[in-house]
Design a protein around this ligand. Structure first.
Ligand code: SAH
Ligand code: SF4
Ligand code: F3S
Length: 464
């Protein structure tokens, strides 16, 4: 019989890394590894890294320093692996700078982990950052029922990976490679299996998720709108989301999906980065501010309750004060329900890093603070507008107090309810009674049966 070994995975970065961490854990479960929350207890530690900004990338070296110290102090023989986008970008350098690392594995090679670990156990240090021709998804096992139950009623499913857009600031096309879409049948199969294990909400993920163009069962190429329509036909799959989208790929089929599919949540993360046409062009975003406003108008016309979130970069090389003001103006005009904003970080190998007019750090900080203020104000206004509203929440985890559960609103906010009779994975209709900085409070509408729960509704319009 195989010994039980313990695995600790620490993920940084985007949802794709969260999904990948689960697939690595599922792969290693077959090798006898069980997950632990304590690195000191682990036989194998995997750092699943992010290269998007300098600070994110540098974290791996401080983590490795801590692990080296812990290993020295305890004399343990824990194996250390580095995965994710820093592994892809700096595999050889990690090996040089950090002798504590036993293996480096790039995002397209996770299915090879068992074999790599076997070699590392023989005392060899192993690096695999190839972009192999085989489909790793065919070799990554599905989660066990126990694993899915532990992860809760929401799940990610990767539908495409990589990016061909080459925004001039971004490392993703280099770390994740060219855009590849999975075939529809495989995505639907994975979704059905998760739903059979109790999952109620699926977020389709991809670095450029709405560039999805997978092979359909009819032999044609399907876009994301058509894929969502298909998934909406899965019984007991109550909620669908997708992230991260690019404005250029918001086609009419996808906008129609927002009109036709009640399962598709009225919340969209649509990064815009800047409100200035000149900066957008310099970023190679392939669209201007008017296209962005146009998409939002179309979305609001078909789904008036839709809320938006976004990403912004301030201090892109050459960005002037007046151009930054245009970003503030765009943010004010749209009124985002939530947003992330970042100071531009120069990334090795990207075209913007070579630009002569880098914006000084203090200017970036000042712009970030100003943008932050605008975004915070619109977030607060949006949250407050929900007071008195009624909607379904999906209960995801226990709350702090006995009898409390925490669910998610259609807009991804945490909603705290007192519901000792309900369970994680249940949907419940609530009235929003209070709005706090980090969560909403909800009162359960008792006669849930009469509230038109999603599972009672006819499925999607397309079934007609
Ligand atoms: N594919 C997504 C974004 C992926 S990266 C898109 O096209 O929008 C997530 C976010 O990180 C980006 O939206 C951007 O706001 C930010 N980001 C990427 N590279 C960055 C850099 N060099 N400096 C600062 N922020 C960056
Ligand atoms: Fe990066 Fe642009 Fe691709 Fe998004 S679309 S992953 S920002 S290159
Ligand atoms: Fe980071 Fe790679 Fe995701 S760079 S944001 S982990 S695709």
């Amino acid at each position: 019989m195989q010994d039980t070994r313990k695995l600790y995975v620490k993920s940084f970065g985007c949802q794709m890394n969260v999904y990948d961490a689960q697939r690595m854990a599922d792969t290693l479960a077959k090798e006898g590894y069980v997950e632990t929350q304590d690195p000191a207890d682990a036989d194998l530690v995997i750092l699943n890294t992010c290269h998007i900004r300098e600070k994110a990338a540098e974290k791996v070296y401080s983590e490795l320093g801590r692990l080296r110290k812990a290993k020295q102090e305890t004399g343990s023989d824990t194996m250390i692996a580095v995965a994710g986008c820093v592994a892809q970008a700096e595999g050889a350098e990690i090996m040089k700078r950090a002798p504590v690392v036993d293996l480096v594995v790039g995002p397209q090679s996770y299915h090879r982990l068992p074999e790599m670990l076997a070699r590392a156990r023989d005392g060899k240090r192993v690096v695999d950052t190839e972009f192999p021709t085989e489909d790793k998804f065919d070799h990554l096992p599905a989660p066990s029922l126990a694993a899915t139950k532990k992860r809760g009623p929401t799940a990610f499913v990767t539908v495409q990976e990589g990016c061909d857009k080459f925004c001039t600031f971004c490392v993703v096309p280099y770390t994740r490679g060219a855009e590849v879409s999975r075939p529809v049948a495989k995505i639907v199969g994975e979704a059905r299996a998760l739903v059979a294990q109790g999952v109620r909400e699926i977020t389709l993920i991809g670095q450029n998720v709405n560039a999805f163009h997978g092979e359909g069962p009819d032999g044609r190429t399907w876009g994301l709108g058509r894929l969502l329509e298909e998934l909406a036909g899965i019984d007991r799959l109550e909620r669908l989301r997708y992230t991260t989208s690019h404005p250029r790929d918001m086609d009419d089929g996808l906008i129609a999906a927002h009109r036709d599919l009640p399962q598709l949540m009225p919340y969209l993360h649509l990064p815009v980065q800047s409100g200035s046409d000149r900066v957008l062009a310099a970023m190679n975003r392939k669209h201007g501010r008017d296209l962005y406003f146009g998409i939002i108008d179309k979305l609001r016309a078909v789904r008036p309750d839709i809320a938006l979130s976004s990403d912004f970069i301030v201090g892109f090389p050459g960005e002037t004060d007046a151009e930054f003001e245009e970003t503030l103006d765009l943010a004010e005009r749209v009124g985002f329900a939530s947003a992330y904003s970042f100071k531009y970080s120069s990334r090795p190998g990207t075209p913007a890093a070579e630009h002569d007019h880098q914006v000084p750090e203090d200017v970036k900080s000042e712009r970030l603070a100003r943008l932050h203020k605008v975004l915070e104000a619109s977030k607060t206004a949006f949250d407050r507008s929900l007071k008195g509203r009624r909607f379904d929440i999906l209960l995801e985890k226990p709350g702090r107090l006995p009898g409390q559960l925490i669910g998610r609103s259609p807009y991804l906010q945490s909603v705290v309810v007192t519901a000792p009779h309900l369970h994680i994975g249940d949907f419940v209709t609530v009235d929003i009674t209070d709005v706090g900085p980090n969560s909403l409070a909800g009162r359960i509408v008792e006669d849930v049966e009469d509230q038109g729960r999603m599972s009672d509704r006819p499925l999607a319009a397309m079934e007609a």
